[in-house]
Design a protein around this ligand. Structure first.
Ligand code: ADP
Ligand code: ADP
Length: 227
């Protein structure tokens, strides 16, 4: 089953002489539960693509369907709700809210939409992420690996259909990197959660089911490694 389909997606930043075509007519589909690595040179359009898949930005043209919903047909409010419910986003520098505790950062996507946090689910997530003793800490009281685990917690609290990660290990040492990748792979395999990771790390790309290479805003290669 296809969870994600993009059609003729393009993104141009700016106007006139200074316009930059970051993404140029890209199309592909992703199956539910697939683990996709996106690789390619710096500036080739990878982050732009990920943001468009996650409903974070709007395309200049083209379509993004998530679970058959044409997401850019939604208005801003609907799109924000869609994003919090269906997309888990993980960034290189965590993007946690500095004045909120670990517990509050993880719960935030649910609270913003007026939902209660399921206490059993919260406890399970915190245990899986080994954050039980850090719930009242603020982000700056945590190591990088711990902060990234909090951001994974925030990403999975709403049971999203798709996890999108932009260089999730780019700021971590090799031990913490493996921990984070193992966690993401576990969520991918155990819950059949679709996982799309931008990475410069070949060791991570080699673990994916499929590797898409982006160059100059286009797909230069798309290889299924594990069908
Ligand atoms: P990558 O993630 O592969 O490094 P990006 O998607 O970040 O690539 O960038 C693709 C191109 O779009 C680059 O030329 C970059 O400078 C440009 N770009 C990215 N974001 C913006 C923006 N907000 N405004 C203008 N240009 C941008
Ligand atoms: P790592 O395990 O990634 O090497 P650190 O050496 O940075 O992490 O941190 C070790 C422990 O110290 C962690 O459990 C973390 O919670 C705690 N810690 C790190 N930085 C701070 C800080 N600024 N304030 C309080 N505790 C911290």
């Amino acid at each position: 089953m296809e969870i994600l389909k993009i059609e003729n997606l393009s993104k141009v930043y700016g106007k006139g002489e200074t316009a930059v075509k970051a993404l140029d007519n890209v199309s592909f589909s992703v199956k539910k539960g697939e683990f996709v690595a996106i690789i390619g040179p710096s500036g080739s359009g990878k982050s732009t693509l990920l943001h468009l898949l996650g409903g974070v930005d709007r395309p200049s043209s083209g379509k993004v369907y998530v679970d058959n919903t044409d997401i850019y047909n939604l208005n801003e409010t609907q799109l924000a709700i869609f994003r919090r419910r269906q997309i888990g986003l993980i960034y290189q520098f965590y993007n946690l809210i500095p004045v909120l505790t670990v517990e509050e950062n993880i719960s935030l996507p649910m609270l913003l939409d007026g939902h209660k946090v399921d206490q059993k689910q919260f406890a399970d997530i915190v245990k899986t992420l080994n954050l039980e003793n850090r719930l009242t800490h603020l982000p700056n009281q945590l190591s990088g690996g711990q902060q990234q685990r909090v951001s994974i917690g925030r990403a999975i609290i709403s049971n999203p259909a798709i996890m999108l990660a932009d260089e999730p290990t780019g700021n971590l040492d090799s031990k913490n990197s493996s921990e984070i990748i193992d966690l993401l792979k576990m969520l991918n395999k155990t819950y059949n959660q679709t996982l799309i990771i931008i990475t410069h790390d070949e060791r991570i790309a080699l673990q994916a089911d499929r590797v898409i290479m982006i160059e100059d805003g286009k797909i230069a290669k798309d290889e299924v490694v594990r069908p």
